[in-house]
Design a protein around this ligand. Structure first.
Ligand code: CA
Length: 235
């Protein structure tokens, strides 16, 4: 197992309306956030007891109670940023939530861009997230928030799996990562023996990261063990 799991912000979405919850999950996941979901206050408390997220997106009208009550109880223990999902016209509740320590609110319907901007701003303000969002190795830069990779300033287009693979490498520079570690990290537990899929993806990633003359190779093969990302030696 990779000892330090890739650290991106974890967002707990508490929302009983499936289409909205799904939209939030898809949009946030696409921008490298880890997303947990809860449909009710009860599920939210269970989730919070297991893992405290970096940010909470909270709907106020939940089937088994009010998000306001959840916020009140949360604030007794945690200072994580909370963004309220409110409906149009619910000004009093919005103010009540802000008074209780919510950081911001989004009025439904909201745009994905607006949501992401609010989440970024709330996380920036929060002290709870120390992980860098920009990983670098020489000329190579990986922006976790924007899911954007550049090499010497030029954007490189990667598939989602190639991106996750590169992210695993960049979080563990100069360390050998075994085939199993990488397969588990990127594809999941069920794929740990699928060395072919790893080989193909490493090969494609190398091709995208290498200079045309093939002299700049970031990903080193450790024969029989795995791979290692390190700064390419000057040609
Ligand atoms: Ca609701």
């Amino acid at each position: 197992m990779i000892s330090e799991r890739i650290r991106t912000a974890n967002v707990l979405v508490v929302e009983d309306d499936w289409p909205i919850r799904h939209l939030l999950k898809v949009s946030l996941s696409a921008h490298a956030y880890e997303v947990s979901e809860a449909e009710t206050c009860k599920e939210a408390f269970t989730s919070l007891a297991k893992q405290v997220p970096d940010l909470l997106l909270l709907d106020l009208g939940l089937p088994d109670g009010s998000g306001i009550e959840l916020l009140r109880r949360l604030r007794q223990e945690h200072a994580i940023p909370v963004i309220i999902l409110s409906v149009q016209g619910a000004e009093t509740t919005k103010i009540e939530a802000l008074d209780l320590g919510a950081d911001d609110y989004l009025t439904k319907p909201f745009s994905v861009d607006e949501l992401l901007a609010r989440v970024r701003a709330a996380l920036r303000r929060s002290k709870s997230l120390h992980a860098p969002t920009l990983l670098t190795c020489g000329d190579l830069e990986l922006d976790l928030e924007r899911r954007h990779v550049t090499l010497a300033g030029h954007e490189i287009s990667l598939t989602p799996n190639e991106f996750s693979l590169l992210m695993a490498f960049m979080r563990n520079q100069d360390r050998v990562l075994t085939h199993r570690q990488l397969l588990k990290e990127v594809w999941g537990e069920g794929y740990v023996d699928d060395s072919h899929v790893l080989r193909v993806n490493v090969c494609n990633l190398r091709r995208k990261l290498n200079s045309p003359d093939g002299k700049r190779n970031y990903i080193k093969t450790e024969p029989g063990v795995g791979y290692r990302l390190c700064l390419p030696r000057p040609a």
